[in-house]
Design a protein around this ligand. Sequence first.
Ligand SMILES: [Zn+2]
Length: 385
Amino acid sequence: MKTLDTAGAINIWKEEHSTMDVMVERPRAAQVAGMLHEREIPYAIAVGDVNLLLEREQGTVLNKLRRQSSANRKMDWHTFHRLDVIYEFMENLAKEYPYLCTVMIIGKSVEGRDLKLLKISNGDSSNPGVWLDGSIHPREWISAAVVTYIANQLVRNFQIQSESVRNKDWYILPVMNPDGYEYTHTNDRMWRKNRARYGECVGVDLNRNFSYGWGEKGEEGSSDDPGNIFFRGSKAFSEPETSAVKRLIVESPTTFKVFLSFHSYGEVIIFPWGYIGDPCPDYIELLEGGTAMAKAIFETSGHTYKVGSTKDLMYYAAGTSIDWSYGVANIPYSYMVELRGKQYRFLLPREEIIPTAREAMSGVLQLMDFVDKRSKSVQSCVYSV
Ligand SMILES: [Zn+2]
């Protein structure tokens, strides 16, 4: 598989315990089907023609998209937007609500693009921090759309949000991998890594480039081959995008309590560990927090998000952002949320952006309630002793 992947004929979309989603170029489809048949590996066609889904996703074909300028396009959640539209939306929100919002540039990408972060805060210095990010994997377009939707709703309806939402400092990075994100709009819709040059090859999987458990579990946890889509980089935090996130969190005066990284697809909420199979010390607590989110999601839309540790629900993943945020940055509620969709995979039709964002937001708000109730009950235990 890995040799074929390097050749570009096969693109791995997703790996689970016993199944794998792969995209095969049409001229190679018969050959791959023959190979699977020969080895008696059962398979089914999930998406017959990816191009049809691309059209449905954007209401246009990719070729047209390449020529399309993003000029005059305003932010909304009826379509997927380019980076400049997302950044302008963040700046405008901060201009409109200067007493709540700050836009910060926390670093630059490999190709020199800004990493723009939106902070939402009522200014109370005792607020714990909540981190939200999207598009660490750029082909997962829905993640940036969901994170910007949540930012917009939080800011515009801040006064009517519950106390558990207003008493947090929100740090929101909608596009952690801006070079890759633009590349998925201009060149290759299925690009997963950043755009760093490693010899003849391009790109590090940023969600294998964090330090905790980096490089563990050999080729199962990540790859040392720059041609592989799970390439972990030359060392932990070798990439400017991951080191900017680390710096912001480690150097911030805010104590972070929640770290949520949005991905797609699969409809699962996962937590550490990914680099080993053992449960993390707070397994039960994280399971309960994740279940509170999943319950809120189900009540909003009827979608069932599974909850469990990375290794239990997916596979070994070494050097992920949530293993680092939990294990090194000591952020107790660290989750990765794999958003919709089960049918269309990465190519979620744009009509599903708002329903996906609504269900995700209800999960996030519920988690804030859960976290506050837990810290109150812990405090009252301490006092009663
Ligand atoms: Zn992802």
